[in-house]
Structures are given as structure tokens and as C-alpha cells.
Design a protein around this ligand. Structure first.
Ligand code: GLN
Length: 487
């Protein structure tokens, strides 16, 4: 029997319009699943059941009047990095463990104006710094495919929640891979749009030149539905781009005949798990069957992306996180003796070890005497990487390769080795440094663990990426698998 949580967002939206079920029924169904499964998954930091039911009732009234956008009445969840008016917004940090936001992020505002019903805020790595969701002040998130494994990070709570079908879709953010990597490790479709496509207003800043909001969904079609609402110019974000938002749904079914796929040589160099590589190659063959042509391309500077990113991102974070000083909002230490004591102890007690490591690295690379050697050098490397991508896109329509070097690893396995942890991002970081849109879609399993295929496109080619992903999902059913125990 098909149950409500077996449906995609698009199917639920259609069911609501056809009055097969109400938004209140849907919302209750998913809230019950959260109550049942979240104690094991730890995917949510805050569940806003009462608000959700009120929003669902309002949606039902609008649906009865035949009004509203395609998302009217469907449940979703937000990564706890998005400010939500009147709701705890922690960024998974002790520093913000008491912060109730006085306003909505643009992403939250747009989705709620479209009638989507938010069920709550999902767990994540602290300030989105991590690749495994183990740096959260609220504890690690479990991978629904295997509770001994990480779900990936930093949007690990959103990923685990959607994979376990305790919510049909969720928002995420991607600074160096935090949407695509957890999507890959939990068998989901993850979309990181072009830098500037979606407003960053109200999204707690980690590295402002890299951060971008996107989606964790079951299908490319669902990603298209959400992006249609999330994308667009926002005068409150100076880097948001004033360009028209195309009809992402209309482009989904375009034939893939003649598509030129660049297979990135550097993605298959040493370091990639052999079984994952075989699945990615299998997916490429499937694209050939759909009429695409494979062309090997090289991005010679890509191997430098991890070192460049781990200079640029900490530099920006050290500046962004300077605002957390215990004065205006957030955590404040007990009984400070003077101002300096309050600053140092509030920050010392409020931030976790990974955040402190980044702040210290970032402060170091920005200090006089080291700025040229590290920060400036990293920015130059960033330009070279962006140029490599630009050159590749003169020859091909999209680039493909693996999303991660291997399937999900054990919780605790990489915690004491930051360099090893940073290398998980080797295939995802390039797109962030170049500001490009990229996706991960499920393309098979190694044992019981999902593997992701990454698709990267030129700036503002989201419609093309979604079309390419959807074409594959019409022919395969990897994205339909549900982890055991969550059926
Ligand atoms: N894993 C990367 C980091 O730790 C990327 C995180 C992200 O995209 N937010 O910085």
C-alpha cells in the first residue's frame, strides 16, 4: 500500500489539489513520523508542530477556495541556518542556542508565502562547518541507511530527514559541498544553485563569497518546484542577481539527445573508491543510451581546490563570526569580571572546536605578513580554477563525476583528523570556488550505502542541470529506494 510519505513533493502537491487528502492530514502524518523516528535520527533541532498545524489549516482553506501556488500545503523543513521569525535558530551552535530570530530569511519567507508548511529546523554541522554532521552542539545525526554511519554534512539533518521520509523535502546550504555531499551519502537529489541565484538574506553567514542556499529532495522535479519559489532577486542581498527566473518545470522533459557531457579526468584520479567509480561510469553509460556524448575534459587546477578553499572559507568565517561577542545576542558566559573576560569566555565557551580551528586559521591567513602568502595566493588559485571550468564549458554542456570519494563513513572515524575530513570535499568545492550550479543524484549502492553522481553546469544553467538529472531519473529508480525500517 502506498502511504503518504512514499510520495514526492510534486505528487503530494497534486494530491492536495485533487483533495485526496488535506494539508492538515499530511502535516499530522509527517509530524507523527518525526516523533517516532527523530529520537534515533537526531535530524531535527526544533519541531514547530503547532505553527505547522496552523499553517496547514490556512493552506486547506485556500485550497478549498481553489487558490494558491503549487507548493500550497506541502510540508517541508529548514536547515537551522535560516533565520525564522519567532523560532529558535541555532546554527547548531551553543553560541546561538538561545537565539530566537526576530525575522525570516528570504528563503523562509518565500516558501511560506507560497504556502509550504514548515515542520521545523534541521540539525547541521556547527555554523555549517563540517562534512559529516558531527560538529553539531546538538550531537551527530545518524544516516537512515545505517545508524553507525554519518549522513554527510553540513546539511546532514535535512538529508537524513528527507531520506527517512519524515519530511518530503528540505532546504540546505552549500559552501563547499554541504548539500551535494549529504545528498550523495543518503541517496537524495541535492541542488546547489549558482552563487547569487538564491538570496542569502537571513542565512547565517559562514563564508559569504561561497555560501548558497539550495534543496534536498527525492527528485529533480521536486528540486525544480522548490527552486522556482526560492530563486530570484532580493534587494536585501547585494550579491543576489537581478536576472529572470526561468520556468524550471517546463524544461525538465527536454530530450538529452546530443548533450555533451564532460567527464572530468581529475575526478577519477587516485583517492576515489573503486566501486563508487564503477557506479558513476555505469551512470555515464546510461546517459550515452539517452543520446548524450561523453568527452574527457581536464580541470588541471582542481586538485588545488581543497587547500584554496580551506584558506578562503576560514578567512571569511573569521570575519563573519566576529559578531558573536556575547553582547547583543546569543550565548554569554556566567559572571564575567570585565569586558575582555566576557568576550573571551563567551566565545571560548560558545564555539566548538572545529569553529575555533577555522577562526584561528582564518585570522592567521588574514594577518599582516601572511595575507599575501596565503589569502591572496588562495584567491589567485580560485581564479585559475574558475578559468578551468569556463574553458571546459566552451566544449561541453555539463560536467560529471562522483560527488564524494566514498560512501558514508563510520561516525567518529575521521573526527580527530581535520585534513582527512577536509578531503571529503575534494569533488564538491570546485563548483563553490567558481560559483557554479551543481547537483548530486543517486546512481546506485555500494553494499547498502548510496552513491551520488555529480553534475556541474555553467552559471545559471539550473534548468539544464534539472533537465539532465530528471532524464536519468525517468530511466532509473535509485532515487525511489527507501532505507529499511522507514518504509
Ligand atoms: N565541508 C566543507 C566545510 O567544512 C563545506 C561545508 C559547507 O558546504 N557548508 O567547510
Amino acid at each position: 500500500m502506498t502511504e503518504l510519505h512514499h510520495h514526492t513533493l510534486a505528487e503530494l502537491a497534486a494530491g492536495l489539489r485533487a483533495r485526496r487528502f488535506s494539508s492538515v492530514e499530511l502535516t499530522k502524518h509527517f509530524l507523527e513520523r518525526i516523533e517516532r523516528f527523530n529520537p534515533d535520527l537526531n535530524a531535527f533541532i526544533t519541531v514547530t508542530a503547532e505553527r505547522a498545524l496552523e499553517a496547514a489549516e490556512a493552506a486547506d482553506r485556500q485550497l478549498a477556495a481553489g487558490e494558491g501556488s503549487p507548493l500550497l500545503g506541502v510540508p517541508i523543513a529548514h536547515k537551522d541556518i535560516f533565520c525564522t521569525d519567532g523560532v529558535l535558530t541555532t546554527c547548531a551552535s551553543r553560541m546561538l542556542s538561545n537565539f530566537v530570530s526576530p525575522y525570516d530569511a528570504t528563503v523562509v519567507e518565500r516558501l511560506s508565502q507560497a504556502g509550504a508548511v514548515s515542520l521545523g529546523k534541521t540539525n547541521m554541522d556547527e555554523f555549517a562547518m563540517g562534512s559529516s554532521n558531527e560538529t553539531s552542539w546538538y550531537g551527530p545525526v545518524k544516516n537512515p541507511w545505517d545508524p553507525t554511519k554519518v549522513p554527510g554534512g553540513s546539511s546532514g539533518g535535512s538529508a537524513a530527514a528527507v531520506a527517512a521520509r519524515v519530511v518530503p523535502a528540505a532546504t540546505g546550504t552549500d559552501t563547499g559541498g554541504s548539500i551535494r555531499q549529504p545528498a550523495a551519502l543518503t541517496g537524495l537529489t541535492g541542488l546547489k544553485p549558482t552563487y547569487g541565484r538564491v538570496s542569502r538574506y537571513g542565512m547565517i553567514a559562514f563564508a559569504s563569497s561561497l555560501d548558497q542556499a539550495g534543496t534536498l529532495t527525492q527528485t529533480a522535479e521536486d528540486a525544480a518546484l522548490l527552486l522556482s519559489v526560492m530563486a530570484g532577486f532580493d534587494p536585501r542581498d547585494s550579491t543576489s542577481v537581478e536576472a529572470p527566473v526561468p520556468d524550471y518545470l517546463a524544461a525538465l522533459d527536454q530530450p538529452l539527445q546530443g548533450l555533451k557531457i564532460g567527464v572530468v579526468k581529475e575526478f577519477f584520479d587516485e583517492g576515489l573508491d573503486e566501486q563508487s567509480a564503477a557506479l558513476v561510469r555505469e551512470a555515464l553509460k546510461q546517459y550515452e543510451k539517452l543520446g548524450a556524448r561523453l568527452i574527457e575534459v581536464s580541470l588541471p587546477n582542481l586538485p588545488l581546490s581543497v587547500p584554496a578553499y580551506y584558506v578562503v572559507a576560514p578567512a571569511e568565517c573569521s570575519s563573519n563570526l566576529a559578531r558573536f561577542d556575547g553582547v547583543r545576542f546569543g550565548y554569554r558566559c556566567e559572571n564575567p569580571v570585565d569586558l575582555l573576560d566576557m568576550y573571551t569566555r563567551s566565545r571560548g565557551e560558545g564555539f566548538g572546536p572545529e569553529v575555533k580551528r577555522r577562526i584561528m586559521t582564518g585570522t592567521y591567513v588574514l594577518s599582516a605578513g601572511y595575507y599575501d602568502a596565503y589569502y591572496l595566493k588562495a584567491q589567485k588559485v580560485r581564479r585559475l580554477i574558475a578559468d578551468d571550468f569556463a574553458k571546459a564549458f566552451t566544449e561541453v554542456d555539463v560536467l560529471m563525476g562522483p560527488t564524494t570519494p566514498a560512501p558514508a563513513f563510520d561516525i567518529g572515524a575521521q573526527g580527530d583528523d581535520p585534513i582527512k575530513m577536509y578531503l571529503n570535499d575534494i569533488y564538491t568545492i570546485g563548483a563553490n570556488l567558481a560559483g557554479l550550479p551543481a547537483m548530486s543524484i543517486p546512481c546506485g549502492f555500494v553494499g547498502h550505502l548510496p552513491v551520488g553522481l555529480q553534475i556541474i553546469g555553467p552559471h545559471f544553467a539550473e534548468a539544464k542541470l534539472l533537465n539532465v538529472a530528471h532524464g536519468y531519473q525517468r530511466e532509473t529508480d535509485w532515487h525511489k529506494r527507501i532505507p529499511r525500517g522507514y518504509e
